[in-house]
Ligand binder design. Structure first.
Ligand code: SF4
Length: 383
């Protein structure tokens, strides 16, 4: 009976979040599985911006008022001040961006020169996410990471002077050869910058990357756990708290865009490899600039409503706050125990989830072992 009901639940929503993928990088990092190509010259950028304008015009009528915009990649700031200003203007002309919207751009610290910072501020960007990864030369070499992390302090000062105060830095840990002491030093060095948001990602060896091909072993599991604990303890001394598996923030400075995605909001995606979601279907543009320029169709991911709701449940359980059950029902039209009967209580018994009458959330152990929670929830039997 329940399965028949599920198949009728369809909640299609207008996007309130926009992601724009800028597919250019200076060089390809050894660990990176995101789609990007090495920037070969202005012609590719001009073609990209022209096609992006057409795509924005196509998607904008179906989108609602945007509560957040996130320009990622790739390295968006590699475009330089002039093309970046064009891109920001294009988004504002095409979409209805709320005056209070969170507007994030990803940046490499050494691309944040005075002109680029000015273009960001003039374009209404109010949050910048910097890819630092590590300050240690030997760790950066393992990651195949070019650029100069030591430019981060100057970049932070320039952004603040321009009025952009919501700053994030990405760091990576659990890297071959990296010690807990090196990791702790990286955490302190980046938080000494006074940033109010930190993304700390454990390295995973993604298929197709140079690092995976090199088959260098990752540090042992106990090193991973020590590094995980160091994130919490060092971040706490700077007033930041883990609010998602890999994300820390001062209270009130959490990334609204990503929280929206984890809690099942509808989003539009522009650019190659960008995904869109309308509450039911997800579709992803080709992860290839030439195919995207040629208008190749997106990949459509259409799964039954209960499976989509399970996915949304698992995503929300990546956050420390987890789900308010009323909100989950509002987003999916379903109840967690109907979607995955017999799954949640055993996870509670294992100490990975905790429940109250109106919430379900991961325990600290559940955040650490979040993949295990997601696997149990998402691997539902077919009806
Ligand atoms: S990690 Fe960032 S800078 Fe490095 S290749 Fe990937 S998208 Fe580009």
């Amino acid at each position: 009976m329940a399965a028949r009901l599920w198949s009728t639940v369809v909640i299609v929503r207008r996007a309130t979040r926009l992601y724009v993928h800028v597919p250019f990088c200076r060089a390809k990092c050894a660990y990176c599985a995101f789609y990007s190509e090495v920037l070969r010259g202005p012609d590719r950028v001009a073609l990209y911006l022209q096609a992006l304008a057409a795509e924005c015009a196509r998607l904008a009528p179906a989108a609602g008022r945007l509560d957040s915009v996130f320009i990622g990649g790739g390295t968006p700031t590699l475009l330089g001040a002039v093309d970046l200003a064009r891109l920001l203007g294009l988004i504002r002309q095409s979409f209805d961006v709320d005056v209070a919207a969170e507007f994030t751009v990803e940046a490499n610290p050494d691309t944040l020169d005075a002109a680029v910072v000015e273009a960001l501020a003039a374009g209404g960007v109010n949050r910048v996410s910097m890819g630092v990864q590590s300050f240690r030369t030997e760790v950066r070499q393992t990651l195949g990471r070019q650029g100069e992390a030591l430019r981060a302090p100057a970049a932070v000062a320039a952004l603040r002077a321009a009025g952009i105060r919501r700053l994030n830095a990405d760091l990576m840990y659990h890297i071959p050869g990296q010690t807990v002491d090196q990791w702790t030093a990286d955490l302190r060095q980046v938080l000494d910058l006074g940033i109010t948001h930190l993304s700390a990602y454990a390295l995973t060896l993604e298929e197709g990357t140079r690092l995976a091909a090199a088959a260098v072993p990752l540090p042992a599991e106990d090193v991973f756990e020590a590094m995980w604990q160091a994130c919490d303890s060092v971040a706490a001394t700077y007033g930041l708290k883990r609010y998602e598996v890999s994300n820390f923030a001062c209270p009130g400075d959490e990334c609204r865009h990503n929280l929206g995605i984890w809690y099942g909001d509808a989003y539009a995606g522009c650019g190659p490899a960008a995904a869109s979601f309308d509450g039911v279907r997800r579709w992803t543009q080709p992860a290839d600039l030439d195919r995207w320029l040629a208008g190749a169709p997106p990949d459509l991911d259409e799964i039954r409503p209960a499976a989509r709701a399970a996915e949304i449940l698992a995503f929300g359980l990546r956050t420390a706050a987890g789900w308010n059950l009323a909100r989950f029902r509002q987003v999916t039209g379903m109840d967690p125990d109907q979607i995955c009967p017999g799954v949640l209580d055993p996870l509670v018994a294992l100490g990975l989830l905790q429940r109250s009458s109106d919430t379900i959330q991961p325990t600290p152990a559940g955040l650490l072992l979040n993949d295990a929670i997601a696997e149990r929830i998402i691997l539902l039997p077919e009806p």
